[in-house]
Design a protein around this ligand. Sequence first.
Ligand code: G3H
Ligand code: 13P
Ligand code: ZN
Length: 330
Amino acid sequence: MISFKDIGLVNTRDMLKKAATGGYAVPAYNFNNMEQLQAIIQACVETRSPVILQVSSGARKYANQTLLRYMAQGAVAYARELGCEIPIALHLDHGDTFELCQNCIDMGFSSVMIDGSHHSYEQNIELTARVVEFAHRHDITVEGELGVLAGVEDEVSSETSSYTNPAEVEDFVKRTKVDSLAISIGTSHGANKFTLKQCKNNEKGVWVPPPLRFDILAEVEKRLKGFPIVLHGSSSVPEEEVKTINRYGGKLENAIGIPEDQLRKAAALSVSKINIDSDGRLAMTAAIRKVFSESPEEFDPRKYLGPARDSLKRLYMHKVNHVLGSAGKA
Ligand code: G3H
Ligand code: 13P
Ligand code: ZN
Protein backbone atom coordinates (compact mmCIF):
# COMPACT_ATOMS: atom_id res chain seq x y z
CA MET A 1 0.00 0.00 0.00
CA ILE A 2 1.27 3.48 -0.89
CA SER A 3 0.68 6.17 1.72
CA PHE A 4 -0.45 9.54 0.37
CA LYS A 5 1.78 11.17 2.98
CA ASP A 6 4.89 9.60 1.48
CA ILE A 7 4.13 11.21 -1.87
CA GLY A 8 3.56 14.69 -0.43
CA LEU A 9 -0.24 14.80 -0.70
CA VAL A 10 -2.60 15.86 2.09
CA ASN A 11 -6.09 14.67 2.94
CA THR A 12 -8.93 17.21 2.78
CA ARG A 13 -9.66 17.46 6.53
CA ASP A 14 -7.82 20.66 7.38
CA MET A 15 -8.29 22.40 4.06
CA LEU A 16 -12.07 21.92 4.10
CA LYS A 17 -12.48 22.79 7.79
CA LYS A 18 -10.62 26.06 7.23
CA ALA A 19 -12.68 26.81 4.13
CA ALA A 20 -15.99 26.04 5.90
CA THR A 21 -15.36 28.70 8.51
CA GLY A 22 -13.20 31.00 6.37
CA GLY A 23 -15.82 32.07 3.84
CA TYR A 24 -14.27 30.46 0.79
CA ALA A 25 -14.28 27.12 -1.08
CA VAL A 26 -11.40 24.92 -2.24
CA PRO A 27 -11.44 24.17 -5.97
CA ALA A 28 -11.86 20.53 -6.95
CA TYR A 29 -10.76 20.30 -10.56
CA ASN A 30 -11.07 17.05 -12.54
CA PHE A 31 -8.12 15.95 -14.62
CA ASN A 32 -7.48 13.25 -17.22
CA ASN A 33 -4.31 14.46 -18.92
CA MET A 34 -1.03 16.34 -18.53
CA GLU A 35 -2.14 19.73 -19.86
CA GLN A 36 -5.07 19.92 -17.45
CA LEU A 37 -2.80 19.02 -14.55
CA GLN A 38 -0.14 21.56 -15.57
CA ALA A 39 -2.78 24.29 -15.80
CA ILE A 40 -4.27 23.40 -12.40
CA ILE A 41 -0.90 23.43 -10.65
CA GLN A 42 0.36 26.59 -12.36
CA ALA A 43 -2.89 28.44 -11.55
CA CYS A 44 -3.05 27.31 -7.91
CA VAL A 45 0.64 27.94 -7.23
CA GLU A 46 0.46 31.44 -8.73
CA THR A 47 -2.63 32.28 -6.69
CA ARG A 48 -1.47 30.40 -3.57
CA SER A 49 -4.65 28.32 -3.46
CA PRO A 50 -5.07 24.85 -1.94
CA VAL A 51 -6.40 22.41 -4.52
CA ILE A 52 -8.14 19.06 -4.84
CA LEU A 53 -7.19 17.02 -7.90
CA GLN A 54 -10.17 14.89 -8.83
CA VAL A 55 -10.12 11.60 -10.67
CA SER A 56 -13.36 9.99 -11.81
CA SER A 57 -13.64 6.29 -12.58
CA GLY A 58 -13.98 7.34 -16.24
CA ALA A 59 -10.65 9.17 -15.92
CA ARG A 60 -9.05 6.05 -14.45
CA LYS A 61 -10.23 4.03 -17.43
CA TYR A 62 -9.12 6.69 -19.90
CA ALA A 63 -5.68 7.55 -18.54
CA ASN A 64 -4.75 4.46 -16.48
CA GLN A 65 -4.96 4.52 -12.70
CA THR A 66 -1.23 4.02 -12.12
CA LEU A 67 -0.28 6.80 -14.48
CA LEU A 68 -2.75 9.20 -12.86
CA ARG A 69 -1.36 8.44 -9.42
CA TYR A 70 2.19 9.15 -10.56
CA MET A 71 0.97 12.32 -12.28
CA ALA A 72 -0.42 13.52 -8.94
CA GLN A 73 2.90 12.70 -7.30
CA GLY A 74 4.59 14.65 -10.07
CA ALA A 75 2.21 17.55 -9.45
CA VAL A 76 3.47 17.84 -5.87
CA ALA A 77 7.08 18.00 -7.12
CA TYR A 78 6.08 20.44 -9.88
CA ALA A 79 4.43 22.81 -7.36
CA ARG A 80 7.61 22.76 -5.25
CA GLU A 81 9.68 23.47 -8.33
CA LEU A 82 7.42 26.44 -9.11
CA GLY A 83 8.32 27.77 -5.69
CA CYS A 84 5.33 27.08 -3.48
CA GLU A 85 4.24 24.09 -1.46
CA ILE A 86 0.44 24.40 -1.71
CA PRO A 87 -1.76 21.73 -0.09
CA ILE A 88 -2.68 19.20 -2.80
CA ALA A 89 -5.19 16.39 -2.28
CA LEU A 90 -5.83 13.49 -4.67
CA HIS A 91 -9.51 12.63 -4.54
CA LEU A 92 -11.69 9.94 -6.11
CA ASP A 93 -14.73 11.61 -7.67
CA HIS A 94 -18.05 9.70 -7.54
CA GLY A 95 -16.74 6.39 -6.25
CA ASP A 96 -19.65 3.98 -6.53
CA THR A 97 -18.39 0.86 -4.75
CA PHE A 98 -16.42 -0.01 -1.63
CA GLU A 99 -13.89 -1.88 -3.79
CA LEU A 100 -13.18 1.15 -6.00
CA CYS A 101 -12.59 3.34 -2.93
CA GLN A 102 -10.37 0.68 -1.36
CA ASN A 103 -8.37 0.37 -4.55
CA CYS A 104 -7.79 4.14 -4.74
CA ILE A 105 -6.75 4.22 -1.09
CA ASP A 106 -4.25 1.41 -1.77
CA MET A 107 -2.91 3.41 -4.73
CA GLY A 108 -2.08 6.57 -2.73
CA PHE A 109 -5.25 8.68 -2.95
CA SER A 110 -5.67 10.97 0.05
CA SER A 111 -9.44 11.32 -0.16
CA VAL A 112 -12.38 9.46 -1.69
CA MET A 113 -16.00 10.16 -2.45
CA ILE A 114 -18.46 7.35 -1.97
CA ASP A 115 -21.56 8.34 -3.87
CA GLY A 116 -24.42 6.30 -2.49
CA SER A 117 -26.98 8.92 -3.45
CA HIS A 118 -28.69 6.59 -5.93
CA HIS A 119 -29.34 4.01 -3.21
CA SER A 120 -32.01 4.10 -0.54
CA TYR A 121 -31.18 6.21 2.51
CA GLU A 122 -30.33 3.18 4.68
CA GLN A 123 -28.23 1.53 1.95
CA ASN A 124 -26.40 4.82 1.38
CA ILE A 125 -25.58 4.96 5.11
CA GLU A 126 -24.42 1.34 5.17
CA LEU A 127 -22.12 1.71 2.14
CA THR A 128 -20.75 5.10 3.21
CA ALA A 129 -20.06 3.97 6.80
CA ARG A 130 -18.17 0.93 5.48
CA VAL A 131 -15.94 3.11 3.30
CA VAL A 132 -15.37 5.59 6.14
CA GLU A 133 -14.41 2.83 8.56
CA PHE A 134 -11.75 1.54 6.15
CA ALA A 135 -10.56 4.98 4.97
CA HIS A 136 -10.15 6.45 8.45
CA ARG A 137 -7.85 3.59 9.43
CA HIS A 138 -5.45 5.10 6.88
CA ASP A 139 -6.25 8.75 7.65
CA ILE A 140 -8.03 9.16 4.30
CA THR A 141 -10.95 11.59 4.25
CA VAL A 142 -14.35 10.63 2.84
CA GLU A 143 -17.05 12.67 1.09
CA GLY A 144 -20.60 11.31 1.06
CA GLU A 145 -23.64 12.48 -0.89
CA LEU A 146 -27.26 13.01 0.06
CA GLY A 147 -29.77 14.07 -2.58
CA VAL A 148 -29.51 13.47 -6.32
CA LEU A 149 -28.20 15.94 -8.91
CA ALA A 150 -29.66 16.04 -12.39
CA GLY A 151 -27.28 15.34 -15.29
CA VAL A 152 -24.57 12.76 -15.81
CA GLU A 153 -22.59 11.64 -12.77
CA ASP A 154 -19.80 9.58 -14.28
CA GLU A 155 -21.59 6.57 -15.77
CA VAL A 156 -24.77 7.17 -13.80
CA SER A 157 -27.20 9.67 -15.25
CA SER A 158 -30.29 11.13 -13.73
CA GLU A 159 -32.94 13.11 -15.60
CA THR A 160 -34.30 14.78 -12.53
CA SER A 161 -32.80 16.01 -9.32
CA SER A 162 -34.08 15.46 -5.83
CA TYR A 163 -33.02 18.08 -3.35
CA THR A 164 -31.27 17.09 -0.15
CA ASN A 165 -33.66 16.75 2.76
CA PRO A 166 -32.11 18.85 5.57
CA ALA A 167 -33.87 16.70 8.17
CA GLU A 168 -31.61 13.78 7.19
CA VAL A 169 -28.17 15.38 7.22
CA GLU A 170 -27.40 15.21 10.94
CA ASP A 171 -28.34 11.55 11.21
CA PHE A 172 -26.37 10.76 8.02
CA VAL A 173 -23.19 12.47 9.21
CA LYS A 174 -23.45 11.04 12.71
CA ARG A 175 -24.00 7.46 11.53
CA THR A 176 -21.51 7.43 8.66
CA LYS A 177 -18.81 9.69 10.18
CA VAL A 178 -18.11 11.25 6.78
CA ASP A 179 -15.73 14.20 6.68
CA SER A 180 -17.72 16.24 4.15
CA LEU A 181 -21.13 16.04 2.52
CA ALA A 182 -22.21 16.76 -1.06
CA ILE A 183 -25.74 18.12 -1.20
CA SER A 184 -28.23 18.82 -3.94
CA ILE A 185 -29.50 22.43 -3.98
CA GLY A 186 -30.07 22.94 -7.71
CA THR A 187 -26.68 22.44 -9.35
CA SER A 188 -26.34 19.79 -12.03
CA HIS A 189 -23.58 18.02 -13.97
CA GLY A 190 -22.51 18.85 -17.52
CA ALA A 191 -22.91 21.89 -19.80
CA ASN A 192 -26.70 21.70 -20.16
CA LYS A 193 -27.77 22.16 -16.60
CA PHE A 194 -31.21 23.58 -17.25
CA THR A 195 -33.83 23.46 -19.95
CA LEU A 196 -34.93 26.83 -21.37
CA LYS A 197 -38.32 26.16 -19.79
CA GLN A 198 -36.69 26.25 -16.35
CA CYS A 199 -34.96 29.59 -17.09
CA LYS A 200 -36.15 33.18 -17.40
CA ASN A 201 -35.19 35.39 -20.34
CA ASN A 202 -34.07 38.73 -18.90
CA GLU A 203 -34.20 42.22 -20.45
CA LYS A 204 -30.82 41.63 -22.17
CA GLY A 205 -32.11 38.44 -23.77
CA VAL A 206 -29.94 36.28 -21.49
CA TRP A 207 -31.33 33.03 -20.09
CA VAL A 208 -31.18 33.16 -16.29
CA PRO A 209 -31.40 29.80 -14.50
CA PRO A 210 -33.43 29.24 -11.34
CA PRO A 211 -31.50 30.35 -8.26
CA LEU A 212 -29.85 27.77 -6.04
CA ARG A 213 -31.88 26.68 -3.01
CA PHE A 214 -30.09 28.74 -0.38
CA ASP A 215 -32.96 28.00 1.98
CA ILE A 216 -31.93 24.31 1.96
CA LEU A 217 -28.27 25.23 2.43
CA ALA A 218 -29.21 27.40 5.42
CA GLU A 219 -31.18 24.53 6.97
CA VAL A 220 -28.25 22.17 6.45
CA GLU A 221 -25.85 24.70 7.91
CA LYS A 222 -28.05 25.14 10.98
CA ARG A 223 -27.91 21.40 11.66
CA LEU A 224 -24.22 20.89 10.82
CA LYS A 225 -22.43 23.95 12.18
CA GLY A 226 -18.96 24.42 10.68
CA PHE A 227 -19.21 21.15 8.74
CA PRO A 228 -17.79 21.15 5.17
CA ILE A 229 -20.46 21.06 2.48
CA VAL A 230 -19.63 20.16 -1.13
CA LEU A 231 -21.23 21.37 -4.35
CA HIS A 232 -20.98 19.20 -7.43
CA GLY A 233 -22.09 20.32 -10.87
CA SER A 234 -20.76 23.84 -10.32
CA SER A 235 -19.50 24.86 -13.74
CA SER A 236 -20.73 28.26 -14.90
CA VAL A 237 -20.58 27.40 -18.63
CA PRO A 238 -19.00 30.70 -19.78
CA GLU A 239 -20.93 32.19 -22.68
CA GLU A 240 -17.70 33.29 -24.41
CA GLU A 241 -16.38 29.72 -24.54
CA VAL A 242 -19.66 28.38 -25.88
CA LYS A 243 -19.72 31.12 -28.53
CA THR A 244 -16.13 30.36 -29.57
CA ILE A 245 -16.87 26.65 -29.83
CA ASN A 246 -19.91 27.32 -32.00
CA ARG A 247 -18.13 29.97 -34.11
CA TYR A 248 -15.47 27.41 -35.01
CA GLY A 249 -17.76 24.58 -36.03
CA GLY A 250 -19.04 23.25 -32.71
CA LYS A 251 -22.65 22.60 -31.93
CA LEU A 252 -23.58 23.36 -28.35
CA GLU A 253 -27.20 24.28 -27.83
CA ASN A 254 -28.84 25.73 -24.73
CA ALA A 255 -25.65 25.40 -22.70
CA ILE A 256 -26.39 27.06 -19.36
CA GLY A 257 -24.43 26.89 -16.11
CA ILE A 258 -24.52 28.13 -12.52
CA PRO A 259 -24.03 31.92 -12.34
CA GLU A 260 -20.79 32.90 -10.64
CA ASP A 261 -22.45 35.17 -8.08
CA GLN A 262 -24.46 32.18 -6.81
CA LEU A 263 -21.29 30.16 -6.33
CA ARG A 264 -19.56 33.09 -4.60
CA LYS A 265 -22.49 33.32 -2.21
CA ALA A 266 -22.38 29.55 -1.51
CA ALA A 267 -18.59 29.66 -0.94
CA ALA A 268 -19.03 32.47 1.59
CA LEU A 269 -21.41 30.16 3.50
CA SER A 270 -20.57 26.56 4.50
CA VAL A 271 -19.80 25.30 0.97
CA SER A 272 -16.10 24.49 1.22
CA LYS A 273 -15.43 22.36 -1.89
CA ILE A 274 -16.70 23.27 -5.35
CA ASN A 275 -16.41 20.77 -8.21
CA ILE A 276 -15.61 22.05 -11.68
CA ASP A 277 -15.03 19.88 -14.71
CA SER A 278 -17.24 21.00 -17.61
CA ASP A 279 -15.87 24.58 -17.71
CA GLY A 280 -12.39 23.16 -18.28
CA ARG A 281 -13.68 20.95 -21.08
CA LEU A 282 -15.30 23.98 -22.73
CA ALA A 283 -12.18 26.15 -22.40
CA MET A 284 -9.97 23.43 -23.90
CA THR A 285 -12.35 22.67 -26.74
CA ALA A 286 -12.78 26.36 -27.64
CA ALA A 287 -9.01 26.93 -27.78
CA ILE A 288 -8.36 23.81 -29.85
CA ARG A 289 -11.19 24.52 -32.30
CA LYS A 290 -9.86 28.06 -32.80
CA VAL A 291 -6.37 26.81 -33.70
CA PHE A 292 -7.75 24.13 -36.01
CA SER A 293 -9.89 26.66 -37.81
CA GLU A 294 -7.39 29.53 -38.01
CA SER A 295 -4.25 27.47 -38.61
CA PRO A 296 -5.32 24.33 -40.48
CA GLU A 297 -1.71 23.66 -41.46
CA GLU A 298 -0.75 22.91 -37.82
CA PHE A 299 -0.38 19.26 -36.88
CA ASP A 300 1.96 19.47 -33.88
CA PRO A 301 -0.25 18.74 -30.81
CA ARG A 302 1.75 21.26 -28.78
CA LYS A 303 0.45 24.00 -31.09
CA TYR A 304 -3.15 23.39 -30.02
CA LEU A 305 -2.75 21.77 -26.61
CA GLY A 306 -0.48 24.66 -25.57
CA PRO A 307 -3.15 27.35 -26.15
CA ALA A 308 -5.72 25.02 -24.55
CA ARG A 309 -3.51 24.78 -21.45
CA ASP A 310 -3.09 28.59 -21.32
CA SER A 311 -6.84 29.05 -21.55
CA LEU A 312 -7.42 26.48 -18.79
CA LYS A 313 -4.93 28.23 -16.54
CA ARG A 314 -6.72 31.57 -17.01
CA LEU A 315 -10.03 29.89 -16.19
CA TYR A 316 -8.69 28.20 -13.04
CA MET A 317 -7.09 31.45 -11.84
CA HIS A 318 -10.31 33.34 -12.43
CA LYS A 319 -12.23 30.78 -10.34
CA VAL A 320 -9.96 30.96 -7.31
CA ASN A 321 -9.56 34.74 -7.49
CA HIS A 322 -13.12 35.81 -8.22
CA VAL A 323 -15.54 32.95 -7.55
CA LEU A 324 -14.31 30.55 -4.86
CA GLY A 325 -12.16 33.03 -2.93
CA SER A 326 -9.43 30.46 -2.18
CA ALA A 327 -6.54 32.59 -3.50
CA GLY A 328 -3.95 33.23 -0.82
CA LYS A 329 -5.36 30.48 1.46
CA ALA A 330 -2.63 27.88 0.80
O1 G3H B 1 -19.19 14.40 -12.23
C1 G3H B 1 -18.60 13.94 -13.21
C2 G3H B 1 -17.30 14.53 -13.62
O2 G3H B 1 -17.49 15.64 -14.45
C3 G3H B 1 -16.43 13.48 -14.25
O3 G3H B 1 -16.84 13.18 -15.53
O4 G3H B 1 -16.95 10.68 -15.57
O5 G3H B 1 -16.80 12.00 -17.69
O6 G3H B 1 -14.83 11.81 -16.15
P1 G3H B 1 -16.32 11.83 -16.28
P1 13P C 1 -19.59 20.20 -13.76
O1 13P C 1 -20.08 19.25 -14.80
O2 13P C 1 -20.60 21.27 -13.48
O3 13P C 1 -18.26 20.77 -14.07
O4 13P C 1 -19.45 19.38 -12.39
C1 13P C 1 -18.34 18.54 -12.17
C2 13P C 1 -18.51 17.65 -11.00
O5 13P C 1 -19.41 17.79 -10.19
C3 13P C 1 -17.50 16.60 -10.82
O6 13P C 1 -17.83 15.75 -9.77
ZN1 ZN D 1 -19.93 15.48 -9.47
